[in-house]
Ligand binder design. Structure first.
Ligand code: ADP
Ligand code: MG
Length: 716
């Protein structure tokens, strides 16, 4: 880096963490401004970054009394005209001399480049204190001498886009030999430009065509490096030895199958066979089981666990919440019947035991569960994070099942796997379907199975948005529907965004009614619209044993209406519940709403989900609710969800730009690039397993491995 020099490099190193010239050149522009254009304003929203080039057509300094400091402060109001419109800029200064300097710098008639975040103020778009770079004196000349496309870099705390641009330009001139991660044959087949050219064009394109060619090349590099790393991992798994768990004919699994009260769906059967085959191999299974809400993943997992038990091993089931762990323990124990009473009076011969380990157990229960896990009496150990504690030991842990994967981090899964003598088999279940591309990138070393059909006889779930700003009377109708369902013997969930009315007042935003809270709404409903019904509450702040009690009485049908927070979001299974009213539904994400809705319509009865929201019916959040109401296809919804979140968050990383990672590649949009790179990387690795002929690629994969992102790629 020092070789690059330039007056900003120290600051840049500090702000972005770049270590090499390569890192520096890897900070790609976030966007490009076309000289004179403001047309994108139409598509932008408050808070977005806007950059424009134009001439200052007015510039007025005003002084005012600062309310906080009670001193005179200065405001410079500038109007900049681009070719297709104009925009206001406002600068605030405390000191007279800086204010005057700024007024001179941003004088009428000058041409500059301005970059800042958009704000809607006094019915107008404006930029407050934007970064600016001014050009030479005469407006005409200055304008003519600027390039048509100006790169805009994200400004890290202490460095702005121009400082980055200057330093990167210097580096580009110095660099002659850019390491190439692509094998020449791949580059040829893909018809990609030379990497040095690509770097030059991504930073200083003459036109958008060059920028696109450059991005295509660099994007492919990202995909190729990622896929090479994942191919290495798959190869490593193939080379790892695990204890085969082939099961035993006539064992507990066979007996379980005989007493199963329903027929497995085709999906459950075929995925089950896949898993059974893999458990029997001498390499660890790493499988992702994704399935629609209610598609019956638990039975698939349980059958895998029983196969491991039949092979003399144990299985651990990791659940994200206490409620879910308890529910799993209850339902699995119930499904097993006397097969779960191994070694006990009345137990079936050759049965096993199911232990539950959660944070809220009393000392005696915990001691017993720990002993059963360590001694091997419990073939199945179910628990929350408590399972990960050091003192939890297994006699022979052969399979780790992680339910609802998105709640668990990599370290936690690794901690559990570390309790096994040899690497255990791993089954990760997720109810949030993952688009194929994300699966290929993020979960590239997991094989994925999908349960797409729901068991037969499931009722339909109809979802309706209740826009109470436009239709306040519909809310009363919603409560009436709840009463009707209860009169039919069914049960209902009412979901709130908050527990306590006093929580997070300030967070609610202006201009909307306060969010409804469990502790306030429940008594209100019981005294009003749902008078006479048995209403109870459930939320995360209750003591675990109270939560469990409430869930049990709801499951037993002793409670008609459960007013709760999203603690019921995941996995809760009460087939008799048919209505769900979600208040302030705009407060929840798409996948979350889909998960919540998955709690109803689980029995034979059809369900009704009402998304109540007081937001403006024309807002984008309302569109989101309508999307949820419009489809029950979890894949479709998870795509919508991912699109709405920032791409960086898909991978769980901030796009800091300094480190290697995915900068140009979009796991949502670049499906074909990822698929091609995956095939090419797998083939290349097969021909050169140690990458000895591709030193740059070897370095890049090692770096990726080391970087934060690698944690995410691991996911096993
Ligand atoms: P999820 O995939 O959302 O975790 P569960 O495993 O909780 O779904 O299953 C939902 C419900 O469907 C459970 O009550 C389960 O017993 C039941 N179920 C699972 N498989 C079948 C099947 N093949 N036929 C009928 N019901 C089934
Ligand atoms: Mg489940």
């Amino acid at each position: 880096m020092a070789a690059v020099g330039g007056k900003h490099y120290k600051k840049i190193v500090k702000a972005t963490g770049v270590e090499t010239v390569g890192d520096l050149l890897g900070i790609f522009p976030r966007r490009y401004v076309r000289k004179g254009s403001l047309s994108e304003l139409e598509e932008l929203r408050e808070g977005d970054l806007l950059s424009l080039v134009g001439e200052i057509v007015s510039s007025v300094q005003k002084s005012y009394q600062d309310k906080r400091t009670r001193r005179t402060a200065y405001r410079l109001e500038v109007r900049v005209r681009a070719e297709d419109g104009s925009l206001s800029l406002t600068y605030f200064d405390r000191q007279k001399h800086t204010a005057d300097w700024r007024a001179a710098e941003l004088a009428k008639g000058r041409v500059g480049l301005f970059s800042g975040r958009l704000k809607w103020f006094n019915n107008n778009w404006q930029l407050t204190n934007p970064d600016s770079r001014m050009y030479g004196a005469a407006a005409e000349d200055a304008y003519a001498s600027m390039p048509d496309l100006i790169p805009i870099y994200s400004s890290a705390a202490a460095v702005n886009t121009w400082q980055l641009e200057e330093t990167i330009a210097t580096a580009l001139d110095l660099v002659t030999d850019v390491p190439d991660v692509l094998p020449p044959t791949v580059r040829e087949t893909e018809d990609l430009i030379d990497v040095a050219q690509a770097l030059r064009w991504i930073h200083r394109p003459d036109n958008f065509g060059q920028k696109t060619r450059a991005a295509d090349r660099l994007k492919y590099d990202e995909a190729f490096v990622t896929q090479t790393l994942l191919a290495q991992r798959r190869a490593a798994i193939e080379a790892t030895v695990a204890n085969p768990r082939p099961g035993a004919a006539g064992g507990i699994l066979d007996r379980f199958d005989q007493r199963l009260p329903f027929a497995l769906t085709d999906g459950q059967r075929s995925v089950g066979e896949e898993i059974a085959g893999e458990l029997g191999r001498g390499h660890p299974m790493h499988r992702l089981l994704q399935g629609e809400v209610g598609s019956g993943k638990t039975v698939v997992a349980l059958r895998a666990m029983l196969q491991v038990v039949d092979s003399g091993g144990q299985a651990a089931l990791l659940a994200p919440t206490e409620v879910l762990a308890q529910q799993h323990q209850r339902s699995i124990t119930a499904m097993l019947g006397d097969l779960a009473l191994g070694g006990l009076l009345g137990g079936a011969e050759g049965g096993t035991r199911v232990a539950l380990l959660t944070g809220s157990l009393n000392a005696a229960a915990r001691r017993q569960a720990l002993a059963e896990a360590a001694g091997g009496e419990a073939g199945i150990v179910i628990g929350t994070h408590a399972l990960l504690e050091e003192r939890v030991q297994f006699a022979d842990l052969g399979l780790v099942v992680v339910d609802e994967q998105h709640r668990f981090g990599v370290e936690q899964r690794a901690a559990l796997s570390a309790k096994a003598g040899r690497p255990p088999h791993v089954l990760v279940m997720t109810a949030t379907p993952i688009p194929r591309t994300v699966a290929m990138t993020v979960f590239g070393d997991l094989d994925a199975s999908t349960l797409s059909e729901l068991p037969a006889g499931r009722g339909d779930v109809q979802t309706t948005v209740v826009p109470i700003q436009a239709r306040p009377e519909w809310l009363e109708r919603a409560w009436q529907r709840v009463r009707e369902e209860v009169a039919e013997g069914r049960q209902a969930y009412v979901v709130c965004a908050r527990i306590d009315p006093d929580d997070e007042r300030e967070e609610q935003g202006e201009g909307r009614p306060p969010l409804r809270a469990v502790e306030e709404l429940a008594p209100e409903l019981a005294a009003g619209p749902l008078a006479g019904l048995r209403v109870d509450t459930l939320h995360g702040r209750m003591a675990p044993e109270d939560k469990d009690k409430v869930m049990q009485s709801f499951a037993a049908g002793e409670v008609d209406v459960l007013v709760s927070t999203t603690v019921i979001e995941v996995g809760v299974d009460v087939p008799n519940a048919t209505v769900m009213v979600i208040l302030d539904a705009d407060r929840f994400g798409v996948s979350q709403l889909h998960q919540l809705r998955g709690r109803i319509g689980r029995g034979g009865h059809s369900g009704l989900c009402l998304l109540v929201s007081a937001i403006d019916p024309a807002s984008t959040s309302m569109e989101r609710l309508l999307a949820v109401a419009g489809t029950r296809d979890g894949f479709e919804l998870s795509r919508i969800d991912l699109e709405q979140r920032r791409e960086g968050n898909v991978l769980g990383i901030e796009q800091s730009g300094g480190r290697s990672g995915l900068k140009l590649l979009s796991v949502l949009r670049d499906e074909d690039v990822i698929a091609r790179a995956r095939a090419a990387a797998t083939a290349h690795l097969a021909s050169d397993p140690a990458l000895s002929g591709s030193p740059a690629l070897a370095r890049a994969t090692r770096r990726l491995e080391d970087s934060e992102q690698a944690e995410y790629l691991e996911m096993t």
